[in-house]
Design a protein around this ligand. Structure first.
Ligand code: ZN
Ligand code: ZN
Length: 201
């Protein structure tokens, strides 16, 4: 369901039949209780048809497929042939992670430091201000607190594309889910962001 060439996920749409969306078009991710191998996430996403729909994404599709850790093909420009994608991308991804690069990162406000993450740590996403930016609420894998960052769509959609500088909301979110949802919407449009550098090293 994830296509590494177009960096898009395929979902069903009641109006279009099928739709392809990037990670930055996701609006809410919830890990479903129960299923564990793999865990399954229920995703609400903004569709081209103008509506939001729900879809299911297994954990491995969410975190690993964008790194090419899944079968696929790509056009090799050297040989002009379609070749298996999985190994090439996976090799490259492994090398970059080993050399200290991380596919996704965010700035944890409670800890005042950048942290590496996988897409499954994204919780809420929404179009930000200025237009073209994306507001993301991230659950920190280290401290479990929620931070809201303002980033470019590429920061979310493309593995190993980390914005050099991102916006950070200086707000300590409550641990309560209902409250956090409201707070997220409130701070996202407050324009109250502070720039932070995202250097992980
Ligand atoms: Zn639709
Ligand atoms: Zn943290």
């Amino acid at each position: 369901m994830y296509d590494a060439l177009t960096t898009r996920y395929t979902f069903a749409c009641p109006a279009l039949g099928e739709t392809r969306v990037r990670l930055s078009a996701f609006r809410e991710l919830d890990r479903l209780p129960g299923a564990a191998h793999p865990a399954v996430f229920r995703v609400r996403f903004a569709c081209r048809c103008g509506e939001d729909h729900l879809g299911l994404v297994p954990h491995d599709e969410l975190d690993w497929a964008p790194l090419g850790l899944e079968a696929g093909v790509f056009l090799n420009l050297m040989t002009d042939r379609l070749e298996p994608l999985g190994d090439e991308l996976a090799d490259l991804a492994a090398r970059r992670i080993q050399s200290g690069e991380w596919p996704w990162s965010f700035f944890c406000y409670p800890e005042e430091r950048p942290r590496p993450i996988f897409p499954s740590a994204f919780w809420l996403l929404a179009p930000g201000t200025p237009s073209g930016s994306v507001g993301v609420a991230v659950r920190c894998p280290a401290c479990a607190r929620v931070s809201v960052n303002l980033v470019s769509p590429e920061h979310v959609d493309l593995p190993f594309h980390n914005d050099a500088e991102i916006g950070v909301v200086e707000h300590l979110f409550s641990r309560d889910v209902e409250n956090t949802l409201e707070e997220f919407r409130a701070v996202l449009y407050s324009g109250d962001f502070d720039a932070r550098r995202l250097l992980l090293n």
